[in-house]
Design a protein around this ligand. Structure first.
Ligand code: 2NE
Length: 270
């Protein structure tokens, strides 16, 4: 793959090739922990990916083999949130989680090493997870005075069941890749040196499929868990498709031509 850098960032690397976008959290010195600036850059990259018609699938990963992401950078955790250069305490990773969920394209987490704390929640929010054999999963919140009771609780419960999700949160244990596979937390486990190849293979298989079918399936999976926000996303997709029909265009054209719309010519399917 010839990865093309889409834009230069400080804390992340955003590349694309052959319909795949690759976003890498690039702070290996802190096991790819995120600070507000890291998250802001990821939000910008994911917004670009959403609008980029040439991209159909995203791979999210961490730099190096030691960690996918170790969550919020505890060195900049302040009073009420994580504090960046602008001195405003933020939990902007929650915005990123929603963006990943709402992205009309699948996001694959490629996990080598630790996916811990808020980094674990990030992989949970991704549509699929491929784990390297050295991957380690877990939540640390109650150990470090934090928690994610949003997607970090709700999606995890959906994936592994309530008893297991409570164990993960209450005991803050770490789980290896095989344990994660057994509990339905990841889709596949591969040797570390095959992680990239396998993730790209999964992405390519998705790219062969109908983009709108994949988009609507993702929206439907979300609608099942995301309440009115999930319904809004699915309904938005229905509106997008409806706008493409002659029936919808008749409504718009009639308004612009100041005439009564003629919807009678459109059949009613069973
Ligand atoms: C990730 C883990 C298990 C790795 O352990 P190990 O032994 O492989 O590495 P080590 O030595 O702990 O870490 C290497 C360097 O990275 C820093 C460490 O402090 C260390 O720095 P130096 O001593 O070399 O200077 N580092 C690692 N994780 C960091 C972090 N999150 N923030 C800042 N520096 C970090 C082990 O390092 C670990 O357990 N890390 C902490 C995991 C954690 O508790 N994350 C925060 C959870 S809360 C959260 O993410 C959150 C939320 O709950 C709600 C909203 C938003 C965020």
């Amino acid at each position: 793959m010839q990865w093309e850098r889409v834009k230069e960032y400080t804390d992340i690397i955003y590349e694309r090739a052959e319909g795949i976008a690759r976003v890498t959290i690039n702070r290996p010195e802190v096991r790819n922990a995120f600070r507000p600036e890291t998250v802001a850059e990821m939000i910008e990259a994911f917004q670009h990916i959403r609008d980029d018609a040439s991209t159909g699938v995203v791979i999210l990963r961490g730099q190096g083999d030691l960690a996918f992401c170790s969550g919020g950078d505890q060195r900049v955790r302040g009073h009420g949130g994580y504090v960046g250069g602008d001195q405003i305490p933020r939990l902007n990773v929650l915005d990123l989680q929603r963006l990943i969920r709402q992205l009309p394209k699948p996001v694959i987490a490629a996990v080598a090493g630790y996916a811990i704390g808020g980094g674990h929640v990030l992989h949970v929010c991704c549509d699929l997870t491929i784990a390297a054999e050295n991957a380690v999963f877990g939540q640390t919140g109650p150990k470090v005075g934090s928690f994610d009771a949003g997607y970090g609780m709700a999606l995890l419960s959906r994936l592994v069941g309530q008893k297991k999700a409570k164990e993960i949160w209450f005991l803050c244990r770490q789980y290896n890749a095989q344990e994660a596979l057994q509990m339905g937390l990841v889709n596949a486990v591969v040797p570390l040196d095959r992680l990239e190849e396998e993730s790209i293979q999964w992405a390519k298989e998705i790219l062969e499929k109908s983009p709108i079918a994949i988009r609507l399936l993702k929206a439907a999976f979300n609608a099942d868990t995301d309440g009115a926000a999930g319904l809004q996303q699915l309904a938005g997709d229905a509106t997008m498709l409806f706008y493409m029909t002659d029936e919808a265009k008749e409504g718009k054209n009639a308004f612009l031509e100041k005439r009564k719309p003629d919807f009678g010519k459109f059949g009613r399917l069973p």
